[in-house]
Design a protein around this ligand. Structure first.
Ligand SMILES: N[C@@H](CCC[C@H](N)C(=O)O)C(=O)O
Length: 305
């Protein structure tokens, strides 16, 4: 039986999402339904699906159709009791991801515009994710996300990318979700990469990884801000026009490669626009933030099988 789903389409620097509201946790979708919604020919078309659900009601749909509570919701509330809303994020192939840096800004805008939450300019709101609670600040026309602690993770696998002549060493960085960042030599090499194929990692990681290809701008630092260009192959979604967590991982990797004296503010250009990254000290160690636009484009109703 087909049922109707009210949705909103949104994007952050061209990384696009289907968002829908399910505060009580009555409508989690199956991986097949998510893949159908994201299909660019037979569905709405998107890089991912975001379900707006209250943290206390977070659940998942088992393959036999049973709804089971997801402990990530309770964990979010334990971490921060203010994290009333949870970003339940799925890639275009229906797989789960822990975190989405563009999606969370679009999600905040969706909560705001649909009257589900109030985030006045200058206000900060805590949102639960499977990668931990994230604080979002409404800075007027943009949103800034405190992406929290980050870590080197996953070693330095060799990365083979179609269209790039030789294998390159990457660097594994986790910002809630897993990334491998690879430095390329120049713009032509970045433009020549064929990201319709999944980059091959050696050794492969069981949970997979998002792979970012990066080129430093010339000069690499302008007015105290580091500048890089990036393309990305997202786990579960393929090449996208932007990836917020990938942008953060790329800035962290480039600062690491640049060594002592490298800046803590970065501007990262992606095919869909540009995003700002800032590393800053906190009592619990260094945090990193991501700032950029969030747009809601249209709403609609879709019939779900
Ligand atoms: N587009 C996102 C990342 C989405 C999840 C990613 N594909 C994964 O599987 O970890 C972003 O803006 O961060």
């Amino acid at each position: 039986m087909a049922t109707a789903l009210h949705f909103t389409k949104g994007h952050g620097t061209g990384n696009d999402f289907v968002l829908y509201s399910d505060p009580e946790g009555e409508r989690p979708l199956s991986p097949g339904q998510i893949a159908s919604l994201c299909d660019r020919h037979f569905g709405i078309g998107a890089d991912g699906v975001i379900r707006a659900v209250k943290s206390k009601n977070l659940n998942t749909l088992r393959s036999d159709g049973a709804l089971i509570p997801d402990p990530a919701g309770a964990s979010a509330l334990t971490e921060d009791s203010a994290a009333e809303w949870f970003m339940d994020y799925y890639n275009a192939d229906g797989s789960l991801s822990e975190m989405c840096g563009n999606g969370i800004r679009v999600y905040a805008k969706y909560l705001l515009e649909s009257g589900l939450a109030v985030i006045n300019p200058g206000d900060t709101m805590a949102i639960g994710t499977r990668g931990g609670v994230r604080d979002l600040t409404n800075s007027g026309n943009n949103f800034q996300v405190d992406m929290g602690r980050w870590r080197f993770d996953g070693g330095e696998p060799l990365v083979r990318v179609k269209g790039v002549a030789v294998q390159r060493p990457g660097i594994g960085i986790n910002v809630g979700n897993p990334h491998v960042v690879v430095a390329l030599s120049h713009d032509a090499e970045l433009d020549g990469a064929d990201l319709t194929f999944v980059p091959q990692l050696d050794p492969a990681t069981p949970e997979g990884a998002n792979v970012e290809l990066v080129v430093m701008r010339d000069p690499m630092v302008k007015d105290g801000v580091g500048q890089i260009r990036m393309r990305v192959h997202e786990r579960g979604s393929g090449e996208t026009l932007s990836c917020g967590t990938g942008v953060v991982a790329a800035a962290l990797a480039t600062r690491h490669w640049a060594g002592a004296g490298a800046p803590n503010s970065w501007r990262v250009e992606v095919p869909g626009g540009s995003l700002a990254v800032r590393m800053f000290p906190t009592e619990e160690g260094e945090h990193v933030s991501l700032s950029g636009p969030a747009e809601l484009v249209f709403t609609g109703i879709v019939e779900l099988a």
